[in-house]
Structure formats: C-alpha cells, structure tokens
Design a binder for this molecule. Structure first.
Ligand SMILES: [Mn+2]
Length: 336
C-alpha cells in the first residue's frame, strides 16, 4: 500500500489534468471524497473535473463547489467531451462500470491512466493503480489516510476536511454502523481541527427535510412496511405512483431502509422501489447476515456485508419481492 501511495503522490505532482469519477445515486461518501480530492487538486493549481452519472440528493447540495460537479444526465455532451481527453482518471467509491452505466462506454473507451481509491471488495474494472482498503469506514476516510501519508497533506484545507467529514458521517450513518475503529475517530478529531462547522454540516444533511419527504417516510412506515417474523426480516416497498403522490426528489428515501432494522428482533431489512426500467433493492443487516452475497447471487449489484444495493431488470416489484422472500431461507435461518 505504501508503495502505491508514493506512486499516487508522484502521479498527482507530475500531471496537470484530472478527472474525478464517482458512482450513480451519489451519496455522502462519493460526493464528499470527490469534493475533498477536487479541493486538494485545485489548491495545488491542477485542473480537475468531477463527473457523476446522475444528480446529487438535495441534502448534499450545500457542499462547497458541489455545483461544479458535472452531471451526465443533465449535461451528457460535456461529460463525453471531458472523457475524450487523455487526463488522469481517479475513480472514487465504486469499482464496477455498472455504477457509471450512463457513461460506461465513454469511460471504457478512454485509455488514460486510471486510479481507484475505494473501500469496496473485488474491483471489476482494470485500473493502473489501486488504493483499496475494506477496513475503513468509507472512501473518504481512506482518502484522508492516503493524503496524510504524502506531501500533499500541507495543501489540504477546510473544504477538504468538510468533504471527508461528510463522507464519514454518512457512510457510518452518524457513527452507528461500520464505526467501531478507533482510527475513524482519530481522523474525525483531526478534521474538527480544520475548523469545519459540524453543526452546520449536520443540520444541512439531517434537518433540512421537506414536509413531503417526512410524509413519504410516514406513509411508507405506516402503510408499506411488512414484517416476516419467521426470518427476522422486515421490508418496505414503494411504487413510482407513490413517489409522485409525495413529489419525490432525489434523496427523499435516504435512510428509509434503516427503519425496519430498528424493530425489535429484526436482523435484515429491505427496501424495494420502482425505477424507470428496473426495481431497486437496498438491504441492511445486523451481525453475520451478508447482504452483499444476497445481492450478488440473485440481483445485479453489490456492497458491504451489512449494507448493499442492487437492481432487478426482469421482474416487476411484486415479483421481485416474491423472489426475495423465496431466497431468504438460504441466508437466514428461522432458528437463529
Ligand atoms: Mn462509500
């Protein structure tokens, strides 16, 4: 790893132009790590572009320079033009082109030097340099650890720290999951020393909901939450029509999948919802139920042991739920 960090530092110092790429359905970690790296590159007079497949959730739009992120679904031509260049590409928080499906072919056609910084297992893309560690809370934490070991550390600033903090805060669900390592808190302590405004960040993310978002959450829990007692599982499902009823905007169901897991005795929670041409599945679990295996074996997608997401293209939402309930006994014993 140390050799790769050295190599990474050399590449940053010896090149001028960079493209930062992260995954669809942007989250706090993908956005936070991308903006942190962007600020660092800008601080040392590099040219940097950030490209994302689709738009940020509303609760991240306050982030410094988030309006500089180029969204393929809004400006496809701009992204295509950028990807024609022979710039260094740095991929953050994803490792399969399924996660950038919107501009996958342009990414694949670009033969520039590609770097991965990520905390997910099993990269499926060819990278020239891999900085991967699954034993961290987030890509943001990993990025901080990498930069800390280089001379670039002196060029980090409050904006950099804001991105890293946001990534850690959201990937750990406010330090409630994947947050058992002392190293994470040591880094958070360092981030606070940059002068970031923790309360401002927290309020912008968590206390900035629209009424319709809160009502959609209430509706989902009251009307659409089902408990499968035999298998310690609970799930919520939502249709496109229901999203329309509550004027859905990206970010409105963030965190919803975690509610069923707060129920007494529940070890596995699922959220199913309709997208344009597929059904999206989010899974969360407690203990040794590996939800990334459920996703990988039966749907398209992946993730971590206790948090994973995937897609089903061939079935409608009711059929997807049936399929899920049928495979459940393979992963969770009713005598556990
Ligand atoms: Mn992440």
């Amino acid at each position: 790893m140390l050799n790769n960090i050295k190599k990474f530092e050399e590449i940053i110092l010896n090149n001028k132009n960079f493209i930062i790429v992260s995954h669809k359905n942007p989250d706090g970690d993908s956005t936070g790590s991308s903006l942190a790296l962007y600020h660092l590159l800008i601080n040392i007079n590099k040219n940097a572009h950030i490209i994302f497949p689709d738009d940020l959730p509303f609760f991240l739009k306050w982030m410094t320079n988030s309006d500089k992120i180029i969204i393929y679904e809004k400006e496809p031509q701009k992204v295509i033009e950028i990807l024609k260049n022979n710039y260094i590409i740095i991929c953050l928080d994803f490792n399969t082109t399924k996660q950038i499906i919107q501009f996958e072919s342009y990414f694949n056609n670009n033969k520039s030097y590609k770097i991965l910084i990520d905390h997910h297992p099993d990269p499926e893309i060819h990278f020239d340099l891999i900085l991967k560690d699954e034993d961290v809370s987030s890509t943001s934490e990993l990025l901080f650890k990498i930069i800390e070991k280089t001379s670039l550390k002196k060029n980090t600033d409050k904006n950099f720290a804001e991105g890293i903090f946001t990534g850690i805060l959201l990937d750990t669900l406010s330090f409630s999951v994947n947050a058992h390592r002392p190293a994470t808190y040591k880094i958070v302590s360092k981030l606070l020393e940059y002068g970031i405004d923790r309360d401002f960040i927290y309020n912008n993310i968590f206390n900035n909901n629209t009424l319709s978002k809160v009502q959609l959450t209430g509706y989902a829990i009251y009307k659409k939450l089902k408990v499968v007692h035999n298998y310690y599982t609970a799930y919520i499902w939502l249709t496109k029509k229901e999203f329309e009823m509550f004027n859905y905007r990206p970010g409105d169901i963030e965190g919803l999948v975690n509610y069923p897991l707060t129920l007494e005795g529940i070890k596995l929670s699922a959220l199913f919802y309709e997208k344009d041409n597929y059904v999206k599945i989010s899974l969360r679990s407690r203990g040794n139920i590996k939800v990334n295996e459920i996703i990988k074996n039966h749907f398209i997608g992946g993730g971590h042991n206790n948090a994973a997401g995937g897609e089903e293209y061939n079935l409608n939402i009711e059929e997807t739920i049936k399929k899920f309930l049928k495979i459940l006994p393979q992963y969770i014993s009713n005598e556990d």
